[in-house]
Design a protein around this ligand. Structure first.
Ligand code: SF4
Length: 438
């Protein structure tokens, strides 16, 4: 069996007791992200009336779309909030990471007209879904839904626009080993759903004009532009390089929606000069994802990044860019937990935590606010070709504790206009670290 292995039975209360200083909501959220969730038929039918998974970047599913016989990929929600239940949980937002029912203890069911979350068939919490935002009803002249151009994530706080749903780091020698962007794009396109790979400037401007000028919901605050890595000019990009390619979108969007709303941009790590160019175009925050801290593992896990930029240079550029964008505005992501993956990962989860603590300490001491995205074992990634036991829950809890303590130690601001922070306020879906406190 390849990919994520079945979990070993465990006692959730044991973790609540062992980490009694950590909110139960953080523990459940991390557990949901590492093990995934399944939906009953009735829950899927109900969910399909709300904002469903848009596959805005990666699949974030532990099960292959080919195995989704109930068409979960068009019925399951983008995210869900869980709250109340026997532990009186505060409302906590979470990404839907689909998994088959035999490999996760978490299930969403539709009971007596209400969606509910179960752990090992025990009622755990009520589930709330986000309504489809008003702009989801529109389509471009060619029939592409606006939701395929820009997805409403973080309960709508963030509008996520993947300009380029493919990465120039291509194949085994360049793609990051935990990433399924290129394979997911091919598979999603085959399901028949609309799936634009390269979005044109006028399409992006039209959709963002609708969201921020014409039909704005009070929850809408920020835009995150991203795409796979670009390191060479290509015909598909009209011969433009990385910086100019993105700068044209940013300038056109700024011209249409003004400066009130924050623009976050994810690209490869850039020189200060390039960062200044993008800031002048209208970017507020820059994300050059480091993915994994350990030096040797970075070279194995991110071969394209290692070959084209290099690990130490990548980190230097991230730290230097604080001089351009400022504190709270340099936000590299880590795929937390992947450093424990077979066959190259640490044997002991404690060593993974140690590595992440070094990352938080080094980066935050330089004014960087890194963020954690808990690893989803995607079957179409390179790591999904190996047998992967789920990452121990202790690892995620301790990484979140370390993030929050280091963030407080350096008196850093929250990530700029990304999500509110703290229990019951955070809208982040990728990890529990932003729910820890504020
Ligand atoms: S840079 Fe790595 S993580 Fe990012 S899209 Fe390319 S292969 Fe995926």
């Amino acid at each position: 069996m390849k990919g994520k292995l079945p979990y070993t039975k465990y006692d959730l209360d044991h973790y609540f007791e062992k980490y009694s200083d950590v909110y139960k909501e953080v523990i459940i959220k991390e557990d949901l992200l590492r093990l995934g969730v399944c939906f009953t038929d009735a829950a899927l039918e109900e969910s399909s009336k709300f904002a469903t998974k848009s596959y805005y970047l990666f699949s974030y599913d532990a099960m292959d779309v080919d195995d989704m016989k109930k068409k979960e990929f068009i019925k399951a929600p983008e995210c869900f909030k869980f709250s109340s239940g026997p532990y009186d949980l505060k409302s906590t937002n979470n990404k839907t990471c689909l998994e088959s029912s035999d490999k996760t203890p978490y299930k969403v069911d539709f009971v007596d007209g209400k969606l509910q979350l179960f752990w090992e068939n025990n009622y755990l919490a009520d589930v709330e879904l986000r309504s489809k935002p008003p702009y989801y009803r529109h389509t471009l002249p060619d029939g592409t839904p606006y939701s395929d151009v820009a997805a409403s994530v973080f309960w709508g706080y963030l509008t996520f626009c993947t300009i380029l749903r493919s990465c120039q780091y291509w194949g085994a020698k360049e793609e990051c080993v935990f990433c399924d962007i290129n394979k997911n794009a091919r598979k999603q396109a085959k399901t028949g759903r609309p799936f634009l790979i390269h979005k044109k400037i006028d399409e992006v401007v039209t959709v963002l004009d609708t969201i921020f000028n014409k039909e704005r919901e009070p929850i809408n605050h920020s835009i995150l532009f991203t795409g796979g890595a670009i390191y060479r000019e290509a015909q598909q990009l009209q011969g433009k390089g990385n910086i100019e390619f993105y700068a044209e979108y940013i300038r056109a969007v700024r011209e249409k929606i003004g400066s009130r709303w924050a623009i976050h941009l994810q690209t490869t790590a850039l020189t200060k000069e390039d960062c200044k160019y993008l800031k002048d175009a209208g970017v507020n925050c820059h994300h050059s994802n480091i993915e994994i801290w350990d030096k040797d593992k970075f070279n194995i896990y991110c071969p394209g990044k290692a070959a084209k930029v290099g690990r130490d240079e990548w980190i230097k550029r991230v730290c230097d860019s604080v001089d351009v964008f400022g504190e709270g505005c340099v936000v590299p992501t880590f795929v937390s937990g992947c450093e424990l993956a077979k066959p190259w990962g640490f044997e002991k989860w404690e060593d993974g935590v140690k590595s992440m603590k070094e990352a938080w300490e080094y980066l935050m001491s330089h004014g960087v606010t890194p963020r954690s995205s808990s690893w989803v074992i995607e079957p179409n990634s390179a790591l999904g070709q190996y047998e992967q036991p789920p990452v121990p829950l202790e690892y995620y809890i301790e990484v979140d504790i370390a993030w929050y303590e280091t963030w407080k130690k350096y008196n850093l601001p929250p990530i700029y206009n990304f999500t509110p922070m703290g229990l019951g306020r955070s809208l982040s879906i990728n990890s529990g670290h932003l729910d820890m406190g504020s």
